[in-house]
Design a protein around this ligand. Structure first.
Ligand SMILES: C[S@@+](CC[C@H](N)C(=O)[O-])C[C@H]1O[C@@H](n2cnc3c(N)ncnc32)[C@H](O)[C@@H]1O
Length: 612
């Protein structure tokens, strides 16, 4: 049998054999039976790695794992004799009865869980999923489900009842100047770094939301509690009534203002449970998984969740205890995503020790009035982040508001005119929108410049209008050169003015670098602008610069999506097919440092909107 496993693992690099003892023999033998029938197909295949396998990953690891394959209450015990890491960990296993299998986890690597040969491990509630080849594997959904144990402890014991598990290794909860408690960094966190992985305390069950129909009026004053929230409440009742510790933690969450006179509660869910307060906690803390709710969210996590919850109209509210401690900012330093019910928060820029970690409760593409309205209605608070303060101080006459609205939909408003006229109109629109976001106001209390997020899209579209002109101009040689220079300025302004980065370019050499500032905000539009700049460099014949710009685009992509392996597969390569240069190609020289300092000073200038 051992030889058979070694043969199985041939294609998997250095995977070695692991011995396991399992208290779940029937399931384990089922795994083995499945595995041995399809064993030869495994050779030559790696576990999913990078984007090449994202679809497979979604299909095999998340969609299927949702289908009640979770072995609640079971635990697998294994002794590690070898391990393969590649965007996840794959361990080949064999138990005392000579049965063989695999253990797979996508999320061990980011936490650097120190698994090594000879170590005993326990896997709580393993999932049975499939390898990309169709073979069955034991999957660990969360690092906290993998416990490193002392080799001298008992080999078989039941797993403790499932409790929400949470890994928040670099942050802590303490009072926040924004309001109540907040989450603060206890170590420096690099852009893209993991901040939190947490399983849901409770999620609205798939079919229950429909059972509650349109919901109930009047449980919370002036508000209809919809079916999804009631379904979540039901899950919470089930969960909390059986676990005093969780009950206490849940009712410790922010509940907003509760009325002093308690009205009789009309709810189908009655138990030893303060339903009124629970609903108010749901209102202030629940996150709703909107799989693929915007084109920005085409990551595996959300696709997986969507396919797992088709009957809930693609919305699944849930409660995550630690995630509920994050305060809001309109310029957040963290972005979030989900994998199944696993909440994943990452830093979207470098974060200093002791800095408060914030997320955006509302889409940051909303303008000030819309953000304010939604935050008031859903969370009962007025945001006083630096962006809101600047937005409040800026003049918004109806004419300026109209100009901003038009600039946001710039392509529609410049249609019809000839190319030259379109450029003129587009520049006028962006210029008038720019009046709504004067640089003098967009600075925080320490004088650090704030990105003028509402200008990112108009500048990007303006650059494209200019590029169209370059491609179709009459006196094409002269116009084209002129227009290409302009398009470059506007794409760069999209990244610098709109998103708050600095793009340092050296005219003499192909180097370029994307510098993160205090309030920089990654956005897909910035990735597109950088790729457009790369394409311009490519068509200028400057392949080295093209590669360097693509490396910057990949960096920004990674900061937004939390991984950059899928960068290549998105429609970002245009006609320039070269690989982006790897980071670290920029020499640390005095000249380069001077150039960066000059660029940083220059980037504080408003974008130049020359007319032709
Ligand atoms: C999910 S809780 C966040 C944790 C909360 N601060 C606590 O102590 O439990 C949401 C509540 O925090 C407060 N909050 C969050 N972000 C805020 C901000 N930027 N400004 C003021 N209050 C905020 C509001 O009261 C909001 O309803």
């Amino acid at each position: 049998m051992e030889q058979q496993i070694r043969d199985l693992c041939k294609g998997l690099g250095d995977v070695d054999v692991v011995r396991v003892g399992s208290n779940n023999a029937t399931n384990f033998q089922h795994l083995i039976a499945r595995l041995s029938t399809s064993a030869p197909a495994l050779q030559g295949h790696h576990p999913p790695s990078g984007y090449e396998s994202v679809d497979t990953l979604q299909h095999t690891y998340f969609e299927q794992l949702q289908q009640d394959q979770r072995l609640s209450g079971f635990v697998l015990h294994a002794t590690v004799t070898g391990l393969e890491y590649k965007h996840g960990a794959l361990i080949a296993v064999q138990d005392e009865r000579g049965a063989s299998g695999f253990i797979w986890s996508l999320l061990l690597r980011p936490f650097g869980i120190p698994i090594s040969e000879g170590m005993h491990i326990e896997i709580k509630e393993p999932y049975y999923g499939k390898c990309p080849t169709g073979d069955l594997a034991v999957c660990v959904h969360h690092p906290a489900d993998l416990i490193l144990v002392d080799p001298h402890t008992a080999m078989t014991k039941p797993a403790p009842a499932a409790t929400p598990t949470c890994s928040s290794h670099n942050n802590t909860i303490r009072p926040s100047p924004l309001g109540g408690r907040g989450v603060f960094a206890t170590a420096r966190i690099d852009a893209g770094g993991l901040v939190l992985l947490e399983k849901a305390l409770a999620l609205a069950a798939r079919n229950d939301a429909a059972a509650y129909g349109p919901g109930v009026e009047g449980i919370l004053q002036g508000e209809r509690t919809n079916g999804r929230k009631l379904a979540l409440l039901q899950q919470l009742v089930d969960r909390l009534c059986r676990n005093g510790q969780l009950h206490q933690k849940f009712f410790h969450l922010h509940a907003g203002q509760l009325p002093t006179s308690s009205d009789p509660v009309s709810t189908p869910l009655i138990g030893p449970f303060d339903t009124y307060r629970a609903l108010s906690i749901i209102r202030h803390n629940a996150h709703t998984i909107f799989p693929g709710n915007t084109s920005d969210h085409h990551d595996i996590a959300n696709k997986a969740t969507r396919s797992a919850n088709p009957s809930t109209n693609d919305q699944t509210p849930g409660i995550w205890l630690h995630a509920s401690m994050f305060n809001h900012s309109c310029l957040p330093n963290c972005t979030w995503a989900w994998t199944g019910d696993l909440f994943i928060a990452r830093a979207n820029r470098d974060i200093a020790i002791d800095e408060e970690l914030t997320v955006a409760y509302v889409p940051t593409s909303y303008d000030y009035e819309k953000r304010r309205g939604v935050l008031r209605a859903s969370n009962d608070f007025e945001c006083c982040c630096p962006l809101c303060e600047a937005d409040q101080a800026a003049t918004r006459t109806p004419e300026i508001q109209d100009a901003v609205a038009k600039a946001q939909r710039l392509p529609q408003h410049v249609k019809g005119a000839d190319y030259q006229e379109r450029v003129k109109k587009a520049e006028e629109l962006v210029q008038s929108a720019g009046a709504a976001y004067p640089r003098s106001i967009y600075a925080d209390a320490c004088g650090a410049e704030l990105p003028r997020v509402q200008l990112a899209e108009p500048l990007y579209h303006l650059a494209h209008v200019v590029l169209d002109r370059a491609r179709n101009g009459h006196n094409w040689v002269a116009t084209s050169v002129d227009m290409r220079v302009k398009a470059r300025i506007y794409f760069t302004a999209c990244v610098e003015v709109g998103l708050g980065y600095i793009l340092v370019l050296d005219q003499q050499s192909p180097y370029c670098e994307l510098i993160l500032r205090k309030h920089s905000q990654p956005r897909p539009i910035g990735v597109l602008a950088l790729m457009a700049l790369a394409e311009l460099a490519f068509t200028d014949g400057d392949k080295a610069r093209c590669r360097a710009l693509k490396a910057c685009a990949k960096q920004l992509y990674g900061m937004w999506y939390g991984e950059d392996a899928s960068f290549k597969k998105q429609h970002l390569y245009y006609s320039c097919k070269d690989e982006p240069a790897e980071k670290g190609t920029i020499p640390a020289s005095k000249e380069w440092e001077e150039l960066k300092a000059a660029s940083m000073a220059k980037s504080n200038m408003p974008p130049k909107l020359d007319r032709d």
